[in-house]
Design a protein around this ligand. Structure first.
Ligand code: ZN
Length: 92
């Protein structure tokens, strides 16, 4: 679920009018997304009373590390391309 979708649900989440399905989607997303947590905090205007997601069963957080691996891969490819270009330039 995208941040935009979560942000449209957050107002009803705060008012406790969201469906159970939407609530679990929002809470799962809040576990992995700082931006939406801050958005929620701003809407509530009480950062200290953000309902902490129930951590009894941890949702699949490895998604975040996959993103990091992807970032490293992209960075690695960028460095390799850069070295290759420099090599070609030196070679003339
Ligand atoms: Zn988000």
């Amino acid at each position: 679920m995208s941040c935009e979708e979560i942000k449209t649900i957050i107002p009803s989440y705060i008012k406790h009018t969201a469906t159970d399905q939407d609530i679990s989607k929002v809470e799962e997303h809040l576990c992995i997304c700082d931006s939406c947590r801050q958005h929620l905090a701003q809407l509530m205007d009480k950062p200290n009373t953000i309902p902490a997601p129930q951590q009894e069963t941890l949702p699949e957080i490895p998604i975040k590390s996959d993103v990091n691996i992807l970032e490293y891969v992209i960075l690695g490819i960028g460095v390799i391309v850069l070295i290759f270009v420099v090599f070609l330039l030196i070679k003339g």
